[in-house]
Design a protein around this ligand. Structure first.
Ligand SMILES: [Zn+2]
Length: 392
């Protein structure tokens, strides 16, 4: 039977302190005393309200993929492209790896995530515990970072600005639907396995207590270094090779990532140039350097600046998917720029290498567990007097 009488446990994902779950009132949230991370926020939405958000998301997500995001006009002829068209064109141009990565991040994994959430909230909205609850909430956490619809939306906007100089472009229904989907998906990303478990518990459903996560193993460090090394090596071709080539009237020009940024700057779109530069150049480099520092200090069992290091890890984790921006831009441009000898845009090898960098750095960041930094520096799962003194 339900163990609603026994107090629930809660453990900080970032430093590993174990707590008794606090009782929150509307508008309140609980923070970890040791590292400052948010532990839990008051659930202002009921299961039925989340189900309504989910149904709205399924509708806009379907529209976003059924209709073209834009139509490009060159000398009277028009070429429309939806997200799926862009994936198909990329495959046909000989870049199956780029097609698979973008299809997974922009369609397949978000669709799986929506399906799992509907399974959970469809039952919980009617006061029932869904079948396979434990394994489904586990997968909801794992899929979340790979759902990149907001990044794709930004990619569409960059593509629109780039093409505005070449030809006339009309935004489609797919673009507006993508924008709404991106907002809804961002709202849904608040749903973690822990939050769903607490909601089920508060509904009086018979859910198990979340298992206290196992103490992270120091062997994770080797794996993180290996993934980072792979990403650093791929970062070179990602920047040296062209990510796309544009041919107009017989003349072909290739663009590297940095070349594309400079071009945008010359077109007068300094704001978009800045967005692409930050997403494609600064973010991957920052991620590699920051993660390198974090892993190194952890390995040295350093106790300095643990709170700041934990915050830095949260930033690295958060910005991870945004470096995928340029890959989405390239596949969209290839799908729209299909006018034979008049204008033709093709992806380049740099896009494939860049997709690899993004995936490897994301895996490296996920594999590194910030709780390990605290553990190796001598902190345990119960608060010590030193923890309380260092916070103020
Ligand atoms: Zn903490």
């Amino acid at each position: 039977m339900s163990d609603n009488a026994t107090p629930q446990r809660l453990s900080c994902h970032h430093c590993g302190v174990a707590y008794r779950r606090p009782e929150l009132s509307p508008g309140e949230w609980a923070t970890c005393i040791r590292c400052g991370s948010t532990l839990e926020t008051y659930a202002s939405f009921s299961a039925a309200a989340w189900l309504a958000v989910l149904i709205a998301t399924v509708i806009t997500f379907t529209l976003a993929n059924a209709f073209p995001v834009a139509t490009l006009f060159v000398q009277g002829a028009g070429q429309a492209a939806s997200f799926i068209d862009a994936v198909v064109v990329t495959w046909q141009e000989g870049y199956p790896e780029v097609a698979v990565i973008t299809f997974a991040a922009g369609f397949f994994l978000p669709a799986c995530q929506l399906g799992l959430l509907i399974w959970i909230f469809g039952a919980m909205a009617f006061g029932r515990l869904p079948l396979f609850f434990e394994s489904i909430v586990h997968w909801i956490d794992r899929l979340k970072p790979w759902c990149m619809i907001p990044v794709f939306l930004m990619g569409v906007l960059v593509a629109v600005v780039k093409l505005a100089g070449l030809a006339s472009l009309k935004p489609g229904i797919g673009l507006f639907a993508t924008a709404i989907t991106a907002i809804l998906i961002t709202a849904l990303s608040r749903l973690s396995s822990e939050k769903i478990r607490f909601m089920a518990h508060d509904l009086g459903l018979d859910v198990k207590q979340a298992e206290v996560p196992k103490p992270p193993s120091p062997t994770l460090i080797t794996r993180t270094w290996a993934l980072m090394l792979g990403a650093a090596i791929l970062y070179i071709p990602a920047n040296m090779l062209p990510i796309m080539s544009v041919s107009t009237m017989g003349s072909v020009s290739s663009h590297t990532i940095l070349g594309g940024v400079i071009e945008l700057w010359h077109m007068g779109s300094w704001d978009i140039a800045l967005v692409v530069f930050i997403a494609s150049v600064v973010v991957p480099l920052f991620k590699l350097i920051a993660l390198g520092v974090l892993v190194f200090l952890t390995q040295q069992r350093a106790g300095i600046k643990l709170r700041e290091r934990t915050h830095m890890y949260v930033i690295v984790e958060f910005i991870g998917q945004w470096s995928m921006l340029d890959v989405f831009v390239v596949i969209l441009l290839s799908a729209l720029g299909h006018f034979g000898s008049l204008l033709s845009i093709q992806p380049g090898g740099g896009a494939a290498a860049f997709g690899g960098v993004v995936i490897l750095t994301m895996l490296a960041a996920m594999g590194f567990d910030p709780r390990l930094a605290w553990r190796l520096a001598g902190h345990r799962k119960h608060l010590s007097r030193g923890d309380l003194e260092s916070t103020h």
